[in-house]
Design a protein around this ligand. Structure first.
Ligand code: AMP
Length: 391
């Protein structure tokens, strides 16, 4: 993967694909600008080198329709404030007006384009649309790790039409942090896997069996694993069609000498509700119709112990419904153990990144990914299309 550091960018027009898919409130105010903050070093570097910058992103799901609700104008304003410099904005991402605005740019100036997904062609990776984006620039930079698992015009398609294409700082950092953790890990390598469904993480679980030393499983997916071993967690979320698959993963882990830890106790709740009655039960003592919404304290303690001596930790998925305070304890204890460990710790994005923040450990881990889907894609052992396109 070519790095932007290896390309002379002075006096060139550089198209940077960023991920400014920012959370906004109903009035269009940005509620979390982390995704902008994650790109500032890249933008400052290019600006200081004398490039003319074009920034492009998607925001939300406008489904090919122009809709002010999904405009990137607030992102341009926020970026202006953060950089203390003017960030220009144009209300389209291709076409004559955009071309004119790009030609008028001076070295060091920045122009943000309007939402790429106002065109369906973006998601469809339409070659003509990709060529229209490419036409705007001399150099293409992918600095949008979070969309790099997508085969879309501004991620992959554009690279076939530009003279030079390279990875931006954020993409490099993401890919390096992940591969540093799994390819040459300090051992023991511990995978902490949780979240809602086995099905969405099946490929990742299977791939992890190739290199982890220990795996701790929590969240709703633990219920399916428990059931596959004959432990019925009653009204809990269970994927009945995956019982054999779960049993198979447990068997394979055993064959490979991987320690696979499942819950021994659970927090049982009467309903999926933040105020639901709840109590700690052994896994095989779940009251009828109740559901497990967190791992129990004994389990959390044993998982924390399994994490304590880790040389490397990869965490993807909360241990329970961490969004509800009552069911956050397991995730909190595991998060604290990860933060307290001396191992290199990589945390998957999406819900896991949010859980790390809510648990107050975001600045105590080695790296939190900015991309949920893209991180999972790497955990599955698959190459990111956005990375492959730069090779
Ligand atoms: P994922 O995106 O697969 O990592 O899943 C994250 C979601 O799983 C979070 O929103 C959690 O609330 C949810 N979750 C975790 N544990 C449970 C559980 N025991 N029952 C239901 N949902 C859960």
């Amino acid at each position: 993967m070519k790095s932007i550091r290896d390309i002379a960018v002075d006096n060139k027009t550089v198209f940077v694909r960023v991920d400014y898919n920012l959370p906004m409130d109903d009035e269009g105010n940005i509620t979390d600008d982390n995704r902008i903050l994650a790109t500032l070093d890249m933008i400052r570097y290019l600006r200081d080198k004398g490039a003319r910058l074009i920034l492009a992103s998607h925001l939300g799901r406008p489904n090919g329709v122009r809709d002010d609700k999904f405009s990137l104008l607030p992102a341009a304003s926020r970026l202006s404030e953060l950089l203390e410099t003017q960030v220009q904005f144009v209300d389209d991402c291709i076409g004559q007006t955009v071309k004119e605005r790009v030609s008028a740019l001076e070295n060091g100036q920045i122009l943000m384009l309007e939402n790429l997904r106002f065109y369906n062609e973006e998601k469809k990776n339409d070659p003509t649309f990709a060529a229209s984006l490419a036409e705007l620039c001399d150099v293409y930079v992918n600095n949008a790790f979070a969309v790099s698992h997508r085969d879309q015009a501004s991620v992959t398609g554009i690279t076939t039409h530009v003279k030079e294409a390279a990875a931006g700082f954020l993409l490099e950092k993401e890919v390096r942090s992940y591969y540093d953790s799994v390819e040459n890990p300090k051992r023991p390598l511990v995978a902490v896997i949780g979240g809602a469904k086995v099905s969405s993480k099946l490929a990742a679980l299977e791939n992890m069996l190739n290199f982890v030393d220990r795996m701790v499983i929590g969240g709703a997916m633990a219920n399916t694993f428990l059931k596959s071993q004959g432990v019925d967690t009653k009204g809990s979320m269970i994927e009945s069609d995956l019982l054999d698959t779960a049993a198979d993963i447990i068997r394979k882990a055993g064959e490979k000498g991987i320690e696979l830890l499942l819950p021994m106790d659970l927090v049982a709740a009467a309903a999926f509700d933040k105020d639901a009655s709840y109590r700690v039960v052994a896994c095989n003592e779940m009251p009828d119709e109740w559901m497990a919404l967190d791992i129990g304290p004994k389990t959390a303690k044993s998982y924390a112990e399994a994490i304590a001596d880790a040389g490397t930790i990869v965490w993807n998925g909360p241990m329970g419904v961490f969004e509800m305070e009552r069911f956050r304890n397991g995730t909190q204890i595991v998060a604290d153990a990860i933060a307290g460990s001396r191992g290199f710790s990589v945390v998957g994005g999406g819900d896991t990144g949010l859980a790390a923040k809510i648990c107050g450990i975001a600045d105590k881990v080695s790296y939190i990914s900015t991309g949920g889907g893209a991180f999972l894609h790497m955990m599955e052992g698959k190459k990111l299309p956005g990375v492959a396109a730069l090779e």
